[in-house]
Design a protein around this ligand. Structure first.
Ligand code: BG6
Length: 489
């Protein structure tokens, strides 16, 4: 897989929030690290009236505020020269002709090859119409019909709000692009710590033999956010935590920690193995739902701007999930995610079974602490292995100790942002870290019975939890019913 000699990146929604906070800073950092192809043009497309210079100022503001490293004036100047802006409305067919002409002239002037990446940083309702217009204006072709110059498309989440709408979006895009040209982003997959899950599992001999029902008691996956809904109520009211976080990010983390070793690192081999996990998730039947899922809402949510005063949108979900395959039979996976929780902390914790009550673990009233492998995704990136040790002294007192690895202590410099890695992968044509259509739809298929139940039964419990807490008490009951406890993060 190698970088092309030139690429044009067209960002639909180029003057929007995602471009400002994430995409332009990511491209800037790739530029600073000399990771971009030798020739690049970044063309923002949006409804705002902006000149190229206005767009450069907009980008500079984003980079200044959100880049992981401070702006360097010399590097900025060269990067700024690659930025352009085209003002158009996506429902205007003539706009696409103008865009085409502008892309041609930018590419011609810069000696670019016409290899293009289209980034859909726009609302999902506009995905299919935009793609259709691109085809109608002859700006793209199927890779199977015309492999060069390449045209690739990046699609942001949410891909639908249920299985049906996801299929409609996927069908719309498939009318124009082959699956191999489509890069569906789940930015969690671009995080360094998430990529490290496979390395930890398959580049070490110590962990993998333990990763099965013989040795693992249960797994906990937490993605906790301190922030509330902020300014995104318009979207969030239609989504809620299950759609916003579980269907994508949390199920992807689950797939990575639970998957079988792929026989190679080829994109589709890795993605096939992840898909297997999603396919093996035991459906949560309506009758079992109350014991397996807790939905909550933080107390201040109804007062947030844009939130309906009687909103029943969940801002927290906890679930108990089983994977019905040989490796994980009977091992519960506890997942929780929420907004306005006590702190920002995301972790995957694999808790091993306790030792038998022989020699050391003999007092049932005071059992030993089970061993835990904890992978900290953010913010304190790293992992630790929590094991038991004898406390020095004349008696056999045993306490848990922690073998801890921290990225910031071991590796110098800041880790690249998820979007840097993901954008680079699209340029190189590596889809490993992107969501294949079947995975997106399988995840929706699993989530659907839960959504349907919530929609049909307006009385499904919605537990309130105080802002800044660890979620509703019901979430504790969910895990404690089986004698386990959420980890303190
Ligand atoms: C997004 C969700 O996908 O992920 C947001 O839409 C959430 O609601 C965000 O806040 C969390 O991402 P991160 O990288 O800050 O953990």
């Amino acid at each position: 897989m190698k970088l092309p000699t030139a690429v044009t990146i067209v960002i639909f929604g180029g003057s929007g929030d995602l471009a400002h906070r994430k995409l332009l800073p990511a491209l800037y950092n790739l530029h600073v690290d000399h990771l971009l192809p030798p020739k690049v043009a970044v063309v923002g497309v949006g409804r705002k009236e902006m000149s190229d210079d206005d767009y450069r100022a907009f980008a500079k503001d984003g980079v200044t505020q959100f880049s992981r490293r401070p702006i360097d004036e010399a590097a900025w100047e060269t990067f700024a020269g690659t930025l352009y802006f085209v003002n158009m409305s996506l429902d205007d067919e003539r706009g696409f002709a103008t865009l085409g002409a502008r892309l041609d002239s930018v590419e011609h002037a810069g000696g670019l090859t016409g290899d293009r990446i289209y980034y859909l940083a726009i609302p999902p309702a506009l995905f299919a119409p935009t793609v259709k217009q691109l085809a109608r204006s002859r700006l793209v072709a199927r890779a199977s019909a015309r492999p060069e110059p390449f045209a690739r498309i990046i699609v942001e989440k949410p891909i639908g709000r249920d299985l049906e709408s996801a299929r409609v979006i996927n069908d719309g895009i498939a009318e124009v692009f082959d699956e191999q040209q489509i890069y569906r982003i789940d930015h969690y997959l671009g995080k360094e710590t998430v990529q490290n899950v496979l390395v930890l599992r398959f580049a070490n001999s110590i962990f993998e033999p333990l990763m099965n029902q013989r040795h693992v008691d249960h797994v906990q996956i937490t993605v906790a956010e301190e922030e509330g809904v902020g300014t995104r109520a318009g979207y969030y009211e239609q989504a809620g935590a299950l759609r916003d976080m579980v269907q994508n990010h949390l199920l992807q983390l689950l797939a990575l920690i639970a998957m079988e070793p792929p026989h190679s690192l080829a994109a589709n081999v890795v993605r096939d193995e992840k898909l297997e996990v999603l396919q093996a998730l035991r459906p949560i039947e309506p009758a079992a739902a109350d014991a397996a899922i807790v939905r909550g809402q933080y107390t201040g949510y109804l007062k947030e701007a844009g939130v309906k005063p009687d909103s029943r949108t969940e801002t927290f979900v906890a679930l108990r999930i089983f994977i019905d395959n040989w490796r994980w039979a009977g091992v519960p996976f506890f997942l929780r995610t929420g907004k306005k929780l006590a702190k920002r902390a995301s972790e995957i914790a694999v808790q091993l079974k306790n030792v038998p009550p022989i020699l050391f673990n003999t007092n049932p009233a005071d059992p030993l602490t089970p061993d835990v492998l904890s992978i900290r995704i953010q913010p304190d990136e790293g992992f630790s292995f929590e094991i038991n040790s004898k406390v020095p002294g004349p008696h056999v007192n045993i306490d848990p100790v922690k073998m801890d690895f921290q990225y910031k202590a071991e590796f110098r410099g800041s880790s690249p942002e998820a979007y840097e890695r993901l954008l680079l992968d699209v340029m190189m044509g590596d889809p490993t870290l992107f969501m294949r259509r079947d995975a997106v739809e399988t995840a929706w298929r699993w989530v659907m019975p839960i959504l349907e139940r919530w929609d049909a039964e307006s009385q499904t419990p919605l537990a309130a939890y105080p802002d800044g807490s660890w979620g509703p008490a019901e979430a504790d009951t969910l895990i404690e019913a089986s004698g386990r406890h959420w980890r303190k993060l």
